[in-house]
Design a protein around this ligand. Structure first.
Ligand code: HEC
Length: 122
């Protein structure tokens, strides 16, 4: 099995794991994605639904852990010093142990969630 396949399968497995973590709320959000557009989903809601499972409710990286890299503590200066472009790239493309979001979050939603992450570092 090549890496790309493994990555894709890993993504599906993670998504399923997350749906079971976030519960029916998350499932509703998944089926919503095609009808998104007009209604603006706030970054906070997106974070709670899709990101907090791993990154923790306050983004401190204290969520769900797996073998391999731990979820980033998004409140750390090392993350906050990165540019929007760099962080959006990570959100779009994913990382080892982080799924890619580009097919699930619109550009607008990705920016909204990034803006929310920036409010977590205090
Ligand atoms: C399945 C767990 C998981 C989920 C879900 C997840 N992440 Fe991550 N994320 C990680 C891991 C693990 C890393 C660190 C990877 C590394 O260090 O190589 C990371 C890293 C990041 C980084 C990079 C931080 C830096 O300093 O470069 C950002 C930004 C980020 N995640 C945002 C998000 C957002 C936004 C969401 C929700 C849309 C999300 N993540 C969902 C696991 C996850």
């Amino acid at each position: 099995m090549n890496m790309k396949m493994r990555h894709a399968i890993m993504g599906v497995v993670l998504t399923l794991a997350l749906i079971s973590v976030v519960g029916p709320h998350g499932v509703a959000a998944q089926t919503d994605t095609d009808s998104r557009g007009a209604d603006h989903v706030s970054g906070e809601r997106i974070f709670a639904q899709h990101c907090a499972g791993c990154h923790g409710p306050e983004g401190k990286g204290d969520g769900y852990r797996m073998l391999g890299p731990d979820p980033a503590n998004l409140t750390k200066p090392s993350t906050m010093q990165k540019s929007d472009v760099a962080l959006l790239e990570t959100i779009h493309e994913g990382k080892p142990n982080m799924p890619s979001w580009k097919l699930r979050l619109s550009e607008e939603d990705s920016r909204a969630v990034l803006a929310y992450i920036r409010t977590l570092a205090k």
